[in-house]
Design a protein around this ligand. Structure first.
Ligand SMILES: C[S@@+](CC[C@H](N)C(=O)[O-])C[C@H]1O[C@@H](n2cnc3c(N)ncnc32)[C@H](O)[C@@H]1O
Length: 278
């Protein structure tokens, strides 16, 4: 126990462990996540319904969705995919969570019938090819390591048609400045979110000042086992995200402070970007 807790409170090397697959694939956790996704008044896993509708309007204004081949990376239960499809895009939604994809498929009836959904890990699987547009929404780019981000951008570039575009959003340095370190623990921490069985959950957060990154680290201790989840976030300036995009063959066409299109300023906590493959 001493060794376990000593390790838990020490700061790990940045992006040293990738636990996302566990987070989105564990049956209980992904069921909890799906509940959060489809709650239209919650921002926890997907943004609120009104924000999603406004984001699709902004993206449609910029990308002219009708007739385009679009792949929504990390589509979750298809909240955006359905609306992209309604605006005339030939839409494919991909996600690592079979639970979310099964939900999306069940809901792809009626007018949403033409949407394709695939279970896929975009950090390692080939992406759908011949796309005009890729979207990666809700700052999912930020949870990846530098190598994973570069690999994903190169993959997107490879599977885009000429003049294809990518829409993504990331957390800004303003968001990093607001991130606070802390520690907390509780019996059945987060109201049983982590397991249907009895557990004690510990949470410790770390700031990586030089690298502009953060970690929310969770340790779940059950009577017969323990396990950890690492939620990393990389924060960006306009320059740093511009450099990563450029290194993978993209140029920025539009910048905004969110996917709903407000003007980007130094106080914006997010940066929404539309970039073209060059
Ligand atoms: C924060 S949610 C956002 C979902 C959706 N973009 C939205 O805004 O409603 C992140 C999504 O990315 C998916 N995801 C995370 N890592 C992934 C990976 N490596 N490959 C594919 N999907 C992934 C998760 O399963 C989850 O549905």
């Amino acid at each position: 126990m001493h060794q376990l807790l000593t390790n838990f409170v020490s700061m790990p090397e940045l992006f040293s462990t990738y636990t996302t697959r566990k987070l989105w694939s564990d049956t209980h956790i992904s069921t909890q996540m799906l509940k959060a996704h489809i709650d239209p008044s919650s921002d926890r896993a997907s943004r609120q319904a009104e924000t999603i509708a406004d984001s699709v309007t902004w993206l449609d204004d910029r990308l002219k969705l009708a007739g385009k081949k679009l792949c929504d990376l990390g589509c979750g239960p298809g909240l955006y995919a359905r609306q992209f499809h309604e605006r005339g895009a030939q839409t494919i939604g991909v996600d690592i969570s079979s639970n979310s994809i099964e939900y999306a498929r069940r809901n792809a009836s009626g007018s949403a019938h033409g949407i394709k959904y695939e279970i896929l890990d975009y950090t390692q699987d080939p992406l759908p090819s011949g796309m005009d547009i890729f979207t990666l929404i809700y700052c999912d780019f930020c949870v990846l390591s530098g190598d994973q981000r570069h690999h994903l951008l190169r993959q997107i570039h490879k599977y885009l048609n000429d003049d294809g575009q990518l829409a993504l959003d990331v957390y800004s340095l303003t968001a990093f400045s607001k991130f606070r370190e802390g520690v907390s623990f509780e019996h059945n921490f987060m109201d049983g979110f982590w397991s249907p069985e009895d557990y004690v959950g510990l949470h410790k957060s770390f700031r990586y000042e030089r690298e502009k990154a953060s970690l929310d680290r969770y340790l779940i201790i059950q009577p017969d086992k323990h396990w950890e989840v690492y939620n990393w976030l990389q924060y960006f300036s306009v320059e740093s995200i511009g450099m990563e995009l450029e290194a993978a063959g993209f140029q920025i066409d539009h910048l905004a402070s969110s996917m709903t299109g407000e003007i980007y300023t130094d106080t914006s906590e997010q940066i929404a970007i539309i970039a073209s493959a060059i």
